[in-house]
Design a protein around this ligand. Sequence first.
Ligand SMILES: [Zn+2]
Length: 488
Amino acid sequence: MKKVLLFALSVLLLLLLFTIVRTFSVSSFQSKIEPIPEENLPIDAALRRLSAGVRFKTVSSLTDTKSNSNEFLLLNEHLRKSYPLIESTLKKTKVSNFSFFYEWEGKNQNLKPILLCAHTDVVDVDPSTSNLWTHDPFGGEIRDGFVWGRGAWDDKSSVFAILESIEILIQRGHVPERSVFIAIGQDEETIYGKLGAKAITEVFKKRNIRFEYVLDEGQIIAEGLIPGIEKPIALIGIAGKGYLSLGLEVDLKEGGHSSMPPKETAIGILSSGLSRMEENPFPLSLGDVQKTTFQWLAPEMKFGSRWIMSNLWLFGPILKLRLNEKNSTRAQLHTTSAITKISGGFKDNVLPANAEATVNFRILQGDSHQGVLNRTEKILNDKRIRLIPPDTIFEPSSVSKIDSVGFETIRRSIQETIKDVIVAPAIVSAYTDSLHYGAVADNAFRFFPVRVKPDDVKRFHGIDERISISNYEEMIRFYLRLILNSSN
Ligand SMILES: [Zn+2]
């Protein structure tokens, strides 16, 4: 017995030793690039332009298009007047009604161009919460070190910061080596870029334009969001999850009087199907992108977390349990499904023949929309629940390369702009326009340098959206460095 115990103990010790050696044998993925000394930017004027931009209610809306149209027109006019050098130097192509792209011709036509993109539409402010805002959601107020309002973060800060940087560079007489395209879409938040990103991508395809890389919103600079690392972490999105909204319908053809109900009703059948779906989520897995993120972060962590992250072959299941605790981290590990709409019935004493629901899926790399349909059918296991063929489908994106001009340029520009930053590749759970632009680019990256603390996460599409003045300045500096670095 003693021998067995001794043997088990020595195996454990060896294992421990092995994991510790592994922990410290993984060297840092961070490259030694120092921030470039800050030069003076016309930040006050830049803030006024962003603030005025927030005041236009460019709310994406499928119903009230007339009054919205005017807001989009006014915002575009504001952009045109704000950046006169861009207007006079760059080629502008209008697409659909309010989308457009600029082309800044480079000196070297042998180099593939790059594409920076952003969108001018914003999500609406929930009327029941508008009085909870500290400042008017469409006031664009500059107070307490922030610009406040819907779009100050998502995504007008990108639109304006990109244009600010280019206006500055033109003023300095800079001509890029590689052509720079800037695409501004109008409908990222509602119809998934149909009139914006998708239509612009069609123009690029027709003109046979292919980009070295595209940079879109998506990932952020996380501050205090990842346990074990105190420094700001710039997560560069290298892949985006797919998207599918699926309708479920039960149609029993006849309803009836609620005083003599059948054993099962349309609403009951649908509800139990939905509940089976919630009881059987897609399994969690640590895919290649997620593993790469942890590999990059591990050497920067304090011992405990570093030990776990460096030995995923052993601690993978423990890590999964930890990531499973939070909705935001769990979403990175599987295809998610969320019941977002349900309807059925119209009177308290009438049995409806019909009930309907919508389930929204975000598809992880490795899964596909067909796989989601097959699995859903299997779990529902009830012929009375019909799946309505979806009209919006996005397969998960391909994974962009880390050893590429695009990733290196973005990484360098981040490090030249943000002090003490850690960079790591990551996945993006939400739809962004790059799901379209990716079709005309060798690599698509999803990152904009907004700093997000735990308290800020809820501001995204929520109450008190804002961007700090210092962060906005960093954004302009980042795009400025990016364009200069892309010239190489
Ligand atoms: Zn956005």
